[in-house]
Design a protein around this ligand. Structure first.
Ligand code: GDP
Length: 436
């Protein structure tokens, strides 16, 4: 699903690799690529344009934390905008009313009958509902038969009136039947045509007027891309439906329908169909869909955690101290604590693209922090501020106090010293082989 789109977006982020900050100039190429990727995925042209404009505004207004790369930040911005485009948060189905009545709409072949069964199955098993399926397709006897087969599979009764050519009446009778038989949920499958036609639209509009359903759902095949969006628009103008169901997302759909429908009809996508079987139904979560499209959910959480935890103020204070060569063990401790706040070492490392796989079999021990911390805690405040004061006898006392060995203390002091030297070079741009 969405494979091409994912690949193309990933490539567009690479353009920003190696850049220090996001500027109007260097972001232009990336945005152009993102727009192309969306249009190729059959996203509506206007939607793609607004999307990249929004991403640009966000990207230029963002403060790139020193701990992040612009490419990573861009992934996060695009991710959040994708989720926003698809509706932001998930919207539940309305089950109020006794019985709650749900009316299906959509073209023939979109997956209405299959979805009716899936929904009945889901609400029965997950929400304890007692559903009744209703066959209101008066034109195709095979459609009634199909619903009966599905009802049999999931053990849900199907209401049908073979021979009755009045769909409105069948729907009314079905609701009455449901009330008499303690069904708290009625799901009405209606007739669809291969293309929008006036008679079909009138019929479903009449059913709506007669039974006032709690929820009208519009079912659409995601493989039809832009056509799906146009059909949705027409159905919505006529029915003012409450939600969209995207079916066949298990196929190699390019993603255009999923991405454009919400902003064109301003109605939420509520479920997605991911197969022909009765349990192949997922609640639609815009965030998770954005994760899947980017295939970079890990970077997104990495950036979020860094943004949450990283203390810009503290890092400015530290870099000043570094420049003056005043970095001491108190600062070192505070750095350690910032890293620890971000979580388990291996988790953090594995969020960085490419690192996760490499670390699969490596033991990364969070206890490394513990012995380092206890060594620092065993120093006196005077010693922490003046690392140079740590002579042999002080080191021995610290090893005893921290339950470590003199070798471990020496190793830490050596590392600390190397780090100080290196940081000083970095802060003065004197790293060997590196340009300013
Ligand atoms: P209707 O005419 O709108 O009632 O559509 P159907 O429910 O009869 O579905 C049309 C075809 O699409 C059937 O062969 C279904 O098995 C298939 N179908 C429905 N939903 C999905 C889905 O989410 N994934 C896949 N792969 N096939 C689906």
């Amino acid at each position: 699903m969405f494979e091409n789109l994912s690949d193309r977006l990933e490539r567009s982020f690479k353009i920003l690799k190696g850049q220090g900050t996001i500027t109007e100039i260097n972001v232009a190429e990336t945005l152009k690529e993102i727009r192309k990727a969306l249009i190729e995925a059959d996203v509506n042209y206007k939607v793609a344009k607004t999307f990249t404009d929004d991403v640009k505004k966000k990207a230029l207004g963002q403060n790139v934390l020193t701990s992040l790369q612009p490419g990573q930040l861009m992934v996060k911005i695009v991710h959040d905008e994708l989720a926003q485009l698809m509706g932001g948060s998930s919207v539940d189905i309305n089950l109020k009313g006794s019985p709650a009545v749900i009316l299906m709409s959509g073209l023939q072949g979109s997956g209405k009958t299959t979805f009716s069964g899936k929904l009945a199955n889901l609400l029965k098993s997950k929400r304890g509902k007692n559903p009744l399926l209703v066959a209101c397709d008066i034109y195709r006897p095979a459609a009634i038969e199909q619903l009966k087969v599905i009802g049999g599979q999931i053990n849900v009764p199907v209401y049908a009136e073979e021979g009755n050519m009045n769909a409105v009446q069948i729907a009314q009778h079905a609701v009455k039947f449901a009330k008499q038989n303690n069904h708290d949920l009625v799901i009405i499958d209606t007739a669809g045509r291969l293309a929008i036609d006036e008679q079909m639209m009138n019929e479903i509009a009449n059913i709506k007027a007669a039974i006032q359903p709690q929820e009208i759902l519009f079912v659409v095949d995601s493989m039809t891309g832009q056509d799906a969006v146009n059909t949705a628009k027409e159905f919505n103008e006529r029915l003012n439906f409450d939600g969209v169901i995207l079916t066949k997302l298990d196929g190699d759909t390019r993603g255009g329908a999923a991405l454009s429908i919400r902003s064109v009809v301003t109605k939420p996508i509520k479920f997605v169909g991911t197969g022909e079987k009765m349990d192949a139904l997922d609640t639609f979560y815009p965030e998770r869909m954005a994760d899947r499209i980017l295939g970079m959910g890990d970077i997104v959480s990495f950036v979020e955690r860094a943004q949450e935890m990283y203390d810009e103020e503290e890092s400015r204070r530290l870099s000043k101290k570094l420049a003056k060569n005043q970095f001491d063990f108190n600062d070192f401790l505070s750095q350690l604590q910032q890293i620890k706040k971000m979580g388990n070492l291996k988790d953090i490392a594995s969020m960085i693209p490419g690192v996760g796989k490499a670390l699969k079999d490596v033991e990364l021990d969070d206890n490394v922090f513990k012995s380092t911390e206890s060594i620092i805690y065993s120093m006196t405040p005077y010693e922490r501020e003046r690392p140079d004061s740590l002579n042999g006898s002080r080191r021995q006392r610290i090893a005893r106090g921290s339950g470590t060995s003199i070798q471990e203390v020496n190793r830490l002091l050596k590392q600390f010293d190397d780090m100080r030297k290196m940081m000083k070079m970095v802060s003065q741009n004197k790293m060997p082989g590196r340009k300013k």
